[in-house]
Design a protein around this ligand. Structure first.
Ligand SMILES: N[C@@H](CCC(=O)N[C@@H](CS)C(=O)NCC(=O)O)C(=O)O
Length: 206
């Protein structure tokens, strides 16, 4: 059975859990990271030298990096609805997944660790991170407001998984000056109709 290493309070672990639930994949999940076992343990480092969760073990295949894992699982199980085969359609899904991890994720870091984790961060860094996070979420709102029901059009894809979790985090972080983003709110309500989203997409902000 597929092993998923990582505790479910982690947003990156929840990407994998949500994807597994969409596919209907049985898994064995093991607690690593956060307040559970430290991923610096030698046995874990042998699987992921970055000492981070999630990691999956699928037979002889060991993978880390949450978005890569989600793409692997969709491809391995022939879920072309979640990750299309056609190059152009697939690139659109990957574009938004890469945007999540390369642009949105670094933007929120200072605000998130200060306001949710309670770590000391200079106020100007929190303000800059908050402004950038709002700016990128407004970009997503404008995209979603352009007549589409999901990030890549009418169909639910992996882009909705990783951005849905990100939007949920934005929604629950106590940020100053939060703009109203009606298209993001409508899309989150749409995602919440999915059982897999209700299981893994809406719980927790960490
Ligand atoms: N780019 C990596 C980032 C993974 C990451 O930041 N994982 C965090 C949890 S969300 C982690 O392992 N932190 C260390 C810990 O929990 O001990 C991915 O997307 O998988």
């Amino acid at each position: 059975m597929l092993r998923v290493l990582g505790q479910p309070a982690s947003i990156n672990v929840r990407k994998v859990l949500w994807t597994c639930a969409e596919i209907g994949l049985p898994i064995e999940r093991e607690d690593w990271g956060g307040d559970t076992r430290a991923p610096t343990a030698p046995g874990f480092l042998a699987l992921n030298p970055n000492a981070m969760v999630p990691v999956i073990v699928d037979g002889t295949q060991v993978l880390w990096e949450s978005n890569t894992i989600c793409r692997y699982l969709a491809a391995q199980h022939g879920r072309v609805d979640l990750l299309p085969n056609a190059a152009g359609e697939r690139a659109k899904v990957e574009q938004w997944m890469d945007w999540q991890i390369a642009e949105l994720n670094p933007a929120w870091r200072a605000a998130f660790v200060a306001l949710v984790r309670g770590r000391p961060v200079p106020a100007d860094e929190v303000a800059a991170s908050t402004a950038q996070w709002h700016r990128l979420m407004a970009l997503l709102d404008a995209h979603l407001g352009d007549g589409r029901t999901h990030v890549c059009g009418e169909a639910f894809t992996l882009a909705d998984v990783v951005l849905g979790l990100s939007a949920n985090r934005w929604h629950h972080t106590p940020l100053a000056g939060r703009p109203g983003l009606p298209a993001v709110a409508a899309w989150l309500a749409r995602l919440a109709q999915r059982p897999a989203c209700r299981l893994h997409g809406l719980n927790g902000v960490a």
